[in-house]
Design a protein around this ligand. Structure first.
Ligand code: SAM
Ligand code: GLN
Length: 275
């Protein structure tokens, strides 16, 4: 480790030695120095202050231990919106944009649709839908008060009007009906090895335990009484859960049951509508 304050080149060298991806290191440097990545590339002899050096080393250490870059930067882009994120919410994934795009296709044909996003986390789905389709009345729920605080703050700074309700799945929507129900619930099985690599994100956001399907079962089971006639339910799920989710939907009387693939080509979202 270089003693004293680092310059840009030395900082990038330390990051590499820790196993931090070069692009991540550049993003953290740009954030610390409040400059652009382009500026950094042209100024690799620029010296950081002692304070900046200490801060950056702490960030490199946290990134090297697997903390998501989005938590270190405090933000993540989703469907063209910049969202604040912290460790109370799942980092929104690009795969979830498939669900939003599907929702927007369905909303295009409706005049004054009402939409609910169950388990909103950072607010990603609800806010992306409201932003792209302002005529929709959007409700967003979560059982986590801390997550809702993040989502509310995002709605505030993006100036998007979304109604937030705290509660477990359908309890947050008692006696209400919607044209469209959306959810990316926790769906990783309790014993799944992937959870180890996601240990910095809230367990509540990732897994309902058991076979991973409990939250999806609960949402599908309660959907019919919360949907208007002909209303659609769209769900994100694990790459190997499409058959199970399709079966749940058919068992509840849904029709036009279909699945869409994510950017990696995996079956990722299933949806259907009531007759
Ligand atoms: N919608 C966000 C997204 O796509 O980035 C977050 C999805 S995250 C996979 C699942 C969310 O469901 C978490 O925010 C978690 O707090 C919430 N959740 C977990 N159990 C819940 C429950 N019983 N009722 C409502 N929300 C729940
Ligand atoms: N898609 C996330 C992941 O595996 C999991 C999110 C979820 O359980 N809904 O990284």
């Amino acid at each position: 480790m270089t003693p004293g304050p680092l310059n840009v080149a030395q900082a990038l060298h330390e990051a590499r030695a820790l196993g931090v991806d070069r692009l991540d290191a550049l993003m953290l440097l740009a954030d610390t120095l409040a400059c652009s990545r382009t500026w950094l590339l042209a100024h690799d002899d620029a010296t950081l202050s002692t304070e900046q050096t200490t801060l950056l080393r702490a960030c490199f250490g946290r990134r090297a231990s697997g903390e998501p870059l989005a938590y270190l930067l405090g933000e993540k882009e989703f469907h063209g919106l910049m969202l604040h994120v912290d460790s109370n919410v799942l980092v929104p994934r690009p795969d979830t944009e498939v669900l939003v795009d599907w929702a927007l296709e369905l909303l295009a044909g409706l005049e004054h649709p009402s939409v609910i996003d169950l388990g909103t986390g950072s607010g990603a789905i609800a806010l992306a839908v409201k932003h792209a389709h302002p005529a929709a009345a959007v409700v967003a729920t979560d059982v986590s008060a801390a997550a809702l605080e993040v989502a509310r703050a995002n709605a505030g700074w993006l100036a998007l009007h979304v109604e937030f309700v705290e509660g477990s799945w359908w309890q947050a929507a008692a006696h209400r009906r919607f044209s469209l129900v959306l959810s990316n619930p926790p769906y990783i099985a309790g014993g799944d090895q992937h959870l180890a690599a996601l240990s910095h994100e809230p367990t509540l956001a990732l897994t309902p335990g058991g076979d991973g399907l409990d939250a999806l079962r609960c949402i599908v089971a309660g959907a019919a009484v919360h949907l208007e006639p002909g209303g659609w339910l769209l769900l994100e799920h694990g790459f190997d859960q499409a058959d199970a989710v399709q079966a749940l939907l058919r068992a509840q009387g849904f029709v036009s049951v279909q699945t869409r693939r994510d950017l990696a080509g995996q079956p990722r979202c299933s949806g259907a509508h009531l007759p």
